[in-house]
Design a protein around this ligand. Structure first.
Ligand SMILES: Cc1ncc(COP(=O)(O)O)c(C=O)c1O
Length: 393
């Protein structure tokens, strides 16, 4: 689907709909009149087939306990196979009410209090929360930032693992917020370090479908022909791709039988609930029918990125923008123009924007912002133009 058709059919106003992104601005940012470009969901309706599938359930009018039907497994397994080349087996799959919930479960299930868990910073902030909130020791290896392009400091990563006796690595692939889609070579190097030091890998692949140009997502479990799959626990969802985050449904894949049993024992201890009927219904329909919609969305995100990059290059050439290989989140270094101390005031009070601040993501990220591109071009124009207009020259 072309960008114009996508925008015609799916762009929608969200203010006044109990949207966290739009209707909690006063509470989160102290100003209800900001342009919301923060939390990662979008101003787009889902594919019609998803709405139809949900309507069918709503018309039936019964919302009793449910389970994942065979058709759900088929749809998800087909999507992983066709889009990502990963042949998932039904018996490897488990479910959770969101990816972040799963991250907390994994830390609890696979490590002990005070065990060390490593992340590559900056990274999606619930990663560090999941480690700290569960009483584990947080270890960070800082990514190397070369003119906006981030790479892994393999030497430091290995040293941190050895020095801290790290037990678990939480990996973000593709990477939020720096927009990297790790190459096969990078992934193999990273995972082989974990393998060498007996570190378990949690692979958060929620952004798997949002990649651009010749950047291809490679599920961690099939890196190096599956060489590391026995030490990998994957979590992914339709939620980021298809704007379904409010339906709280995600998939876990655990190939290793012992780890699966360990995981099952843990979730039993916290009395895991059944799956969400509407979340399952919507995700299945999205996996079955969403490919064309997704093409339209990617065209919109790419075009929004191009607008931002071109305008900034022309009118604010010292800004450093990380190349968007994947995700719909643009990582911008404001420091060439704005003192990190003043970023909040500049962004909120002057530009009237609600964005994610770099410091939320840890590492050396004060002075950065993350702009959500999953929205209508007019919003991106407003955000970009406002930043340009108010930057000191
Ligand atoms: C890397 C990553 N993991 C997880 C999530 C959130 O997942 P969920 O809403 O299913 O908890 C996000 C949301 O932006 C994310 O970027």
């Amino acid at each position: 689907m072309k960008k114009e058709e996508f925008l015609d059919r799916y762009a929608i106003e969200r203010k006044g709909t109990n949207s966290l992104k739009w209707d909690k601005l006063e509470e989160r940012f102290g100003n209800a009149d900001l342009l919301a470009a923060w939390v990662a969901d979008m101003e787009f309706k889902v594919p019609e087939q998803v709405v139809e599938a949900l309507k069918e359930k709503v018309d039936h009018g019964v919302f009793g306990y449910t389970y994942a039907p065979d058709s759900y497994y088929e749809a998800f397994i087909g999507w992983e196979r066709e889009r990502h080349g990963y042949e998932v087996k039904k018996e490897w799959m488990r479910f959770s009410t969101g990816v972040v919930t799963a991250l907390y479960w994994f830390v609890n299930a696979f490590t002990k209090p005070e065990d060390a868990v490593i992340i590559l910073s900056p990274v999606y902030y619930p990663f560090s929360n999941a480690v700290k909130d569960t009483g584990r020791k947080l270890v960070s290896s800082e990514l190397i930032n070369t003119g906006g392009k981030y790479t892994i400091d393999f030497e430091d990563f290995e040293k941190q693992i050895i020095d801290n006796d790290v037990k678990l690595f939480i990996h973000c692939t593709p990477h939020n917020p720096v927009g990297r889609v790790w190459t096969a070579e990078e992934a193999e190097k990273l995972l082989s370090i974990c393998d060498k030091h007996n570190v378990l890998i949690v692979s958060d692949e929620i952004h798997h479908d949002m990649t651009f140009d010749d950047h291809t997502h490679l599920p961690s479990a099939i890196v190096a022909d599956g060489k590391f799959s026995e030490r990998i626990v994957t979590v992914t969802a339709a939620s980021k791709t298809f704007n379904l985050a409010g339906l709280l449904t995600s998939q876990i894949i655990i190939e290793n039988e012992e780890l699966r049993e360990q995981f099952d024992r843990f979730v039993k201890s916290v009395n895991q609930t059944e799956v969400n009927l509407l979340g399952m219904t919507a995700s299945e329909a999205a996996f079955r029918h969403g490919a064309d919609w997704l093409e339209g969305l990617r065209a919109v995100v790419k075009s929004n990125e191009r607008y931002a990059v071109e305008q900034f290059a022309e009118y604010a050439p010292k800004l450093v923008i990380s190349p968007l290989e994947g995700t719909y989140l643009l990582w911008i270094d404001l420091r060439p123009y704005i003192d990190p101390e003043d970023v909040k005031e500049f962004v909120q009070d002057t530009c009237k924007l609600a964005i994610d601040y770099g410091e939320w993501f840890g590492g050396k990220s004060r002075g950065f912002i993350r702009l959500n591109l999953g929205t209508e071009p007019r919003h991106i124009k407003q955000a970009v133009d406002s930043i340009i207009e108010h930057l000191p020259q």
